[in-house]
Design a protein around this ligand. Structure first.
Ligand code: DLZ
Length: 160
């Protein structure tokens, strides 16, 4: 589980299915946007590196990670989208807000995935500090957006 010694972006490129015919929705939280926009960049670049067409990647934005569930639902219900990637960054603060947001989004996107019978990928960083988030959004531990994109491709391939 821990990523202390692992780069999230390390994977065998040749083992990933071609995404040319796949259609993706990405929902991005605007909270901690320096981090979430970096996750989005990593996800889009990865999808395209594996053959996805830019025109088949729809991106929408929501105010915070708590809203990722509803944003995922907007995309998942569309017949022209095969998988949804939810990207956010929740950083531990002094109150219990962190727990409620993380629990809410984890359960929320799981429900959306099962309700619409479509992969909804959990690309949400849940960290103690901003530095830990930066390390996982294009820093020393890679970019969770890349990991989320690879997961989305693999999951769509499972259903085709
Ligand atoms: C309110 C809040 C706080 C304190 N922290 C974060 C955070 O670290 N990451 C994040 O994505 N969103 C945060 N939010 C906003 C909530 O996700 C949500 O947008 C508001 O509670 C309104 O529903």
């Amino acid at each position: 589980m821990a990523t202390l010694l692992k780069n999230l972006s390390d994977y065998d490129f040749s083992k990933i299915p071609n995404a040319k015919k796949m259609r993706f929705g990405i929902v991005v939280s605007e909270w901690n946007d320096q981090i979430t926009m970096a996750l989005c960049k990593g996800a889009v670049e990865t999808l395209m590196a594996h053959g996805a067409n830019e025109g088949n990647i729809e991106i929408i934005y929501v105010p915070g990670s708590f809203e990722l569930s509803y944003g995922s639902q907007i995309l998942a219900q569309r017949a022209d989208i095969d998988a949804v990637i939810a990207l956010g960054c929740v950083i531990q603060g002094e109150t219990r807000h962190f727990d409620f947001i993380c629990q809410g989004v984890a359960q929320g996107i799981t429900s959306v995935s099962l309700k619409y019978n479509k992969p909804v990928i959990f690309g949400v960083l849940t960290t103690n500090t901003q530095q830990q988030a930066l390390d996982r959004a294009g820093g020393k531990h890679g970019n969770k957006g890349i990991e989320a994109a690879v997961t989305a491709i693999k999951m769509v391939a499972l259903t085709q």
